[in-house]
Write a protein that binds this ligand. Structure first.
Ligand code: DGT
Ligand code: CA
Ligand code: CA
Ligand code: ZN
Length: 585
């Protein structure tokens, strides 16, 4: 079991215990442990393999360590099974709905006998939920909207979740001596922000042996199909994985086909037809008159195979240069490729700095020095320390006085790290009326002013937009951070007229952020395409709250590539001097 899955079970334990009115300290212990496991850099299973003492981790006691061992060894947790005898397990889904939570779930269960999301939906539609004490019309509506989102999201995994689940599976399959090639195709390869399922492609010297190994992966809970060239399984996490075993001559064609998108494939197929060719997952074939119409069943190998071995050959056969997977969405990439107009996409190696991160001065886990050392170790030329402003009291946000104190520490650390420029910055809250949560004289002395919304997500679109426009017009503002406030699969973007915000940012020379944190990815790819068309500059920042989160930068770069961004579109791909000039202009 991976950390992510262990954390999920522990947090479910916490939820069910709360419903059972267990000791609040116990409830909290499970939630803290879940957070710790989820955020831990090293897989728990490695720690267990190395026979490390888990109780040495902060917040992990004897009981919790036992649970983690059990989860890793058996894939299940008997304590959860016991709890589920008293409390329906399906309540977990109800608890996780927006606007519900353990307390309300308990009430729904005790007073209306609701055990599942389906039941909740029926009773809410019948108006029975609104009639419950402490609920009301508004809360009932919120629950119904939440159910709708739950249905859409349940089946899609965040890219970062998929990464965590796919990596150990690939490692496991690659241990098989019969595997000659193995790659992930589909939306995962296109780096779509969420994926429906995982599509694996392989070449094997012994297909049956590889298929056997695939279906006996320890995390498989169900084998949906298993043939000599195709298998499909479900994993414990609910993720479904397809494996297709291919032959060398058609590997490239299959890679194109199964990478998709479907819309991109359709465009390619059309180009093939226009050239008297047939493009399929088997290859590109020159049609030979009528041998295709002999019977209803057409032979997929009919005709002369003109390309198929590599993606490059397949694209070349339809007179196109190779197109990066992130672009394959039928958003004009085929037309641009045909004209030789594809952008040179941004690369992770182009990034020269990180422009949003937090230290222990607010809600970060590492000191300034630790963050600086980590940025320097990543080869950055500059970094912006963006601890929160005072409106976010729960994060220990800084007022004017403390910001100035922080500058002293920055100066001291700067002396020890001459190789990287530490920029004075702050993530300043946009207050409800659009004013900024920091004194103007402080804002003037900051190198980079990052602003963002952390409150009043519920404003109607016109008001939310107006609020942000006011903030964008403040003369000191440099970057608008996570502009839509969404958390993928958890919180929808707030209502906003995004095109107005982008126009206003452009007029005022404000840069928009692509928050690279994989829970956010905000702005998202289609919004970034809009920004690019307007000529807006983008900052890609990790919003790291601990040093190792600086490694999340690649998630931002991937989304930037999906939005066709080049080095020139991204301010923190510029050398320091040019970056500072860009901000000032
Ligand atoms: P997902 O899994 O929903 O995140 O999205 P994809 O893009 O991975 O879609 P999936 O897994 O259904 O299929 C993988 C690829 O296979 C897809 O991107 C394109 C190709 N494909 C699947 N079905 C069709 C189809 O009916 N027509 C064409 N042209 N391509 C298809
Ligand atoms: Ca897929
Ligand atoms: Ca699939
Ligand atoms: Zn933030």
């Amino acid at each position: 079991m991976e950390n992510l899955e262990i954390a999920k079970v522990l947090s479910q334990m916490g939820d069910l215990l709360e419903i059972q009115d267990a000791n609040p300290f116990r409830v909290r212990a499970y939630r803290n442990a879940a957070r710790l496991v989820d955020g831990h850099a090293k897989p728990m299973r490695k720690l267990v393999e190395e026979e490390s003492d888990l109780t040495e981790l902060p917040g992990i006691g004897k009981e919790m360590a036992k649970h983690i061992h059990e989860l890793i060894e058996t894939g299940g947790l008997s304590a959860l099974d016991e709890l589920a005898e008293k409390i329906p397990r399906s309540l977990i889904d109800v608890i996780e709905l927006p606007g519900v939570g353990p307390k309300k779930a308990k009430k729904l269960w005790k007073e209306l006998g609701i055990e599942t999301v389906d039941e909740l939906e029926q009773r809410a539609e019948a108006g029975e939920v609104a009639a419950l004490d402490g609920f009301g019309e508004k809360s009932q509506q919120k629950i119904l909207t939440g159910i709708e989102q739950f249905r859409q999201h349940r089946s899609r995994f965040k890219l970062v979740e998929a990464d965590l689940l796919v990596a150990p599976l690939l490692e496991y399959l690659r241990e098989s001596p019969e595997i000659e090639r193995l790659e992930v195709a589909g939306s995962y390869r296109r780096r779509v922000e969420t994926v429906g399922d995982i599509d694996l492609l392989a070449i094997a010297s012994d297909a049956d042996a590889v298929m056997e190994r695939f279906t006996s992966y320890p995390k498989v809970t169900q084998v949906q199909m298993s043939g000599s060239t195709r298998g499909r399984v479900s994993l414990q996490s609910g993720l479904e994985v397809d494996l297709r075993i291919l032959t060398e001559p058609s590997y490239g064609a299959a890679l194109v086909y199964f990478t998709g998108s479907k819309e991109h494939n359709i465009k390619l197929r059309k180009r093939a037809i226009e050239r008297g060719l047939r493009l399929s997952e088997y290859g590109v074939f020159r049609e030979e008159g009528d041998d295709q119409q002999e019977s209803g069943e057409r032979d997929p190998w009919a005709g002369e195979l003109v390309a198929g071995r590599s993606e490059k050959q397949v694209y070349a056969a339809v007179e196109l240069p190779w197109i990066a997977p992130e672009l394959r969405e039928d958003r004009g990439e085929v037309e641009a490729a045909a004209k030789g107009d594809l952008p040179v996409l941004l690369d992770l190696a182009d990034m020269r700095g990180d422009l949003q991160m937090h230290s222990t001065w607010s809600d970060g886990k590492n000191s300034i020095e630790e963050m600086v050392a980590a940025c320097a170790a990543r080869g950055y030329e500059y970094m912006a320390l963006t601890d929160h402003s005072k409106a976010l009291a729960m994060t220990g946000g800084l007022d004017a006085k403390r910001v100035r104190e922080q500058w002293k520490e920055i100066e001291e650390v700067q002396e020890r790290y001459p190789e990287i420029r530490i920029l004075r910055s702050q993530e300043v809250d946009i207050l409800a009326d659009g004013t900024l949560d920091q004194d103007d004289d402080v804002l003037e002395e900051l190198d980079v002013v990052v602003i963002s919304v952390h409150s009043r997500f519920d404003l109607p679109a016109a008001e939310q937009t107006a609020r942000i426009l006011v903030a964008l017009q403040h003369a000191q503002v440099d970057i608008l951070a996570h502009p839509t406030g969404r958390l993928i699969n958890r919180r929808p973007p707030f209502e906003l007229q995004i095109d107005e915000v982008l126009h206003c940012a452009k007029e005022n020379g404000v840069v928009v952020e692509l928050n690279a944190h994989p829970e956010r990815l905000d702005l998202k790819d289609t919004h970034l395409m809009l920004a690019r068309e307007l000529g807006l500059k983008v900052a890609i920042s990790t919003d790291a709250h601990r040093a190792r989160d600086l490694d999340l930068m690649h998630y931002g770069v991937e989304q930037a590539r999906r939005a066709w961004l080049s080095k020139a579109d991204v301010v923190n791909a510029l050398p320091l001097k040019e970056f500072l000039q860009q901000l000032r202009s």
